[in-house]
Design a protein around this ligand. Structure first.
Ligand code: ATP
Length: 345
């Protein structure tokens, strides 16, 4: 069931709702067969962008091209896009098979072909044998699988998923994430997946586009986003972080506000104002050392998370693998971090 998958080009898309500028000149390219997640906080414009791509919302300016062809003026039904939303939106009175068949019936496809494709789609989402059930006889995860089957059964050129697993419990959500990834790879289907959950974005994506206030902050592969965020917003939104600001005073040296000096591995010119990011799990032994007092310690199963008040006034979040006893508040500790583990932006 290989689909002819499309590439997508979004250029200069803006959309205003009264006072709110929901999209502010968004540009994004998605290549054929890619899974891109749009990650951002509530209200950052993710759903609005997806609606513009699908044709449910008209942009004030800008263009959307699928395989080079402008679709800005096409109605949703003519764009050949499969969609899944958070609230299943299955037809409650139709059986599973009826729901999945629906987009094919809209396209006047013959009965035998419909039956064949419905079975194929249900098998792909591992619901073979469920065709005669009604949605209310299914669990939440199963309902979302039906929605997924319905979104891919007509071989769309693009698949858009808007927080599809938001209502599922954590375990099921993780299973579904892996299933979507497997299905998407198998079909080679160009996919945009919206989420506000950074872990979900890291698990699923080829690339992540981080959005804030209607703008794209950074588009990059998962490692790049986590290890080398472009700015404070991305560093803070994706993962836990210690972010400080300062000035490059010499090659490889940053003076932080407050006076602390850090050795970093960066070619940024002396004199430049910079941000530095130190991930909590990167502390151990290292040439930049910090001594201080544990203010708070939390046991997280695989690791301890410590809040340290350092003697030079900095406050750090540090993760240590959970061995021995959890340090009690007041304990003095010292930790270090290597220049290579500090990201300068
Ligand atoms: P969430 O994760 O909460 O779904 P989001 O990132 O998808 O958020 P959008 O739903 O795209 O954000 O909304 C972006 C902004 O546009 C918000 O401030 C929202 O209130 C506003 N907005 C969206 N749709 C409308 C509308 N139809 N009328 C007025 N304002 C709207």
């Amino acid at each position: 069931m290989a689909a002819p998958s499309a590439d997508l080009r979004i250029e200069g898309v803006s959309k205003r709702f009264g006072e709110v500028l929901a999209l502010d000149g968004v540009a994004l390219d998605i290549t054929s067969g890619e899974l891109l997640t749009i990650l951002g906080p509530s209200g950052s414009g993710k759903t609005t962008l997806l609606k513009v791509v699908a044709g449910f919302e008209k942009a004030d300016s800008g263009s959307v091209r699928i395989d080079g062809a402008e679709v800005t003026a096409l109605p949703p039904a003519r764009r050949d896009i499969g969609m899944v939303f958070q609230n299943y939106a299955l037809f409650p009175h139709l059986t599973v098979a009826g729901n999945v068949a629906f987009p094919l019936e809209m396209r006047n496809i013959g009965r035998a072909e419909i039956d064949r494709r419905v079975s194929e789609a249900l098998a792909l989402v591992e619901l073979a044998g469920y065709d005669r059930r009604l949605p209310k006889q299914l669990s939440g995860g199963q309902q979302q699988r039906v929605a997924l089957a319905r979104a891919i059964v007509f071989k769309p050129r693009l698949l858009l998923l808007d927080e599809p697993f938001g209502a599922l419990d954590r375990k099921l959500r993780e299973t579904m994430q892996l299933e979507v990834r497997r299905l998407q790879r198998r079909l080679g289907l160009t996919t945009i997946f919206i989420t506000h959950d950074q872990e979900e974005a890291l698990v699923l994506s080829d690339r992540i586009a981080v959005m804030n206030k209607g703008t794209i902050q950074q588009v990059a592969g998962t490692t790049e986003i986590y290890e080398r965020p472009a700015n404070d917003f991305v560093a803070d939104f994706v993962g836990e972080s210690n972010i400080f600001h300062g000035t490059m005073t010499a090659p490889g040296v940053v003076n932080l506000e407050g006076g602390r000096r850090l050795s970093v591995n960066s070619t940024t010119q002396p004199g430049a104002r910079v941000g530095v990011l130190m991930r909590p799990e990167r502390f151990g032994g290292g040439t930049n050392s910090f001594a201080g007092e544990v203010k708070e310690a939390v046991y997280l199963g695989a690791s301890f998370k410590l809040r340290l008040a350092c003697d030079d006034g900095l406050e750090l979040i540090v993760r240590q693998s959970a061995r021995g006893a959890l340090p009690i508040p007041g304990t003095r500790v010292s930790v270090g971090i290597d220049p290579e583990s500090i990201h300068v932006f």
